[in-house]
Ligand binder design. Structure first.
Ligand code: FAD
Length: 383
């Protein structure tokens, strides 16, 4: 793998750095306290092309490869994980999945709006009673003439209250487990679909997380994404790439923790010298730095594999597992460098730790990633 970035990749990374410093960094504390990022950020993300990365220009996308997508995601994660998540879901889990599985009509209907930021997408897999065991999801979609009628509930849906469309997974067949699952593109203004904000999150407070309730939601049969009964494959293919995006966001968190810790350690004095001169503080900083590099290299490897058309699912799980745990460690180490000041939100590291924590939970917990990796290594499923 060539670790030297191309001119284009360097340019997109710089664009993302400038965007974060201009449009995100000044508002991070305010958005976190208000429990909402400014919704106007979605349009701005669309205008600069970040919601269309890797999508064909024909459908409103801005092209670019998966490494460029990682670079942007990393920068957004450095700035604010709540904003990073909007992109990872609306582009990463929804638009990219429509681009891979959608027919021409579905691509023309949804992709230009999603890539421009006119629409927001959300991904409805988890339910109140079914998380890790997603293949056993409960909602039913019953065929009625040219329509499906969907009943059920979804929980913890990122972008949920903002979204215009939900990529929803429901059961269409009598087959047990994942075999009876199909995917649907459901406009959120469809009668019978209600949304409730999930309040009180430890982190990602700026993000619109929702519970969705579906009661007699009728969609045309043409809303099905991919073949009937293949919904679980649609979901898993979305998550395989999505995990790379989460990993890249985690690299951004860890990088932000490193930057903050180095700067603070150079300024803060104790025992008559900058705390950076104390060896145990240097240990904290060097541990963060190693986590940043290792997480970044694992993440870039996934992008490289995707861009070369190679299998990447296990590598994506490895990157997500390591990067999410590394981001928690890095933010926690940075908080230690800040001492008591790390514990108040005028300083950035407490939020980094709160935001990092969920990365080991969503898009498959760390335990689930280990089962994916273990299955690939042994050939035995331990789910
Ligand atoms: P459970 O599955 O109940 O797991 C509880 C514990 O049991 C975990 O430690 C888990 O690792 C462990 N466990 C479960 N099964 C096994 C096993 N076989 N072996 C070992 N350990 C096991 N979901 C979406 O669909 N779309 C979204 O946009 C989305 N966004 C989210 C945003 C936030 C802020 C949060 C908190 C969650 C989000 N989720 C979303 C849901 C997330 O993906 C789930 O929370 C996650 O998959 C875990 O499911 P669960 O919470 O039901 O935990």
């Amino acid at each position: 793998m060539n670790l030297e970035l191309s001119e284009e990749q360097n340019a997109v990374r710089q664009l993302a750095r400038d965007f974060v410093d201009r449009e995100i960094a000044p508002h991070v504390v305010e958005w976190d306290r208000a429990e909402s990022v400014d919704r106007g950020i979605v349009k701005k993300l669309g205008e600069v092309g970040f919601l269309g990365l890797t999508i064909d220009e024909e459908y409103g996308g801005s092209g670019g490869d998966h490494l460029a997508y990682c670079l942007v995601t990393e920068e957004l994660g450095r700035g604010d994980s709540s904003v990073r998540g909007i992109v990872s879901v609306s582009l990463g889990l929804v638009a990219k999945t429509i681009a891979s599985w959608g027919n021409e009509e579905q691509k023309r209907k949804w992709l230009p709006g999603l890539t421009s930021g006119e629409y927001v997408g959300c991904f409805g897999l988890t339910e109140p009673g079914t998380g890790s065991d997603a293949g056993n999801l409960a909602p039913k979609a019953v065929r009625d003439g040219d329509s499906y009628v969907i009943d059920g509930a979804k929980m913890f849906i990122t972008n949920g209250t903002w979204a215009d469309v939900v990529l929803l997974f429901a059961r269409t067949g009598p087959e047990p487990g994942h075999r009876g699952v199909s995917a649907f593109l459901v406009p959120t203004d469809t009668p019978g679909l209600t949304r409730r904000t999930v309040h009180g999150k430890l982190g990602l407070r700026g993000q619109a997380t929702a519970e969705l309730v579906l009661e007699g939601v009728r969609v045309p049969a043409s809303a099905m994404l991919g073949p009937e009964g293949k919904g679980f494959s649609v979901a898993m293919s979305a998550l395989a790439k999505g995990r790379m995006s989460v990993a890249a966001g985690c690299v951004g968190i860890a990088q932000a923790a490193l930057d903050a810790a180095v700067t603070y350690a150079g300024q803060r004095e104790q025992f008559g010298k900058p705390i950076a001169q104390h060896q145990l503080v240097q240990e904290l900083i060097s541990d963060i730095a190693v986590d940043v590099d290792a997480a970044r290299l694992l993440t870039w490897r996934v992008a490289d594999l995707i861009d070369r058309g190679q299998p990447f699912t296990t590598e994506s799980s490895k990157a997500k597992l390591f990067a999410s745990e590394a981001a928690v460690r890095a933010a926690n180490n940075a908080l230690q460098v800040f001492g008591g000041y790390g514990y108040i939100d005028e300083y950035p590291v407490g939020k980094l730790l709160r935001d990092a924590r969920v990365m080991t939970l969503y898009e498959g917990t760390s335990q689930i990633q280990k089962l994916v990796i273990g299955r690939a290594l042994t050939g035995i499923s331990a789910f």
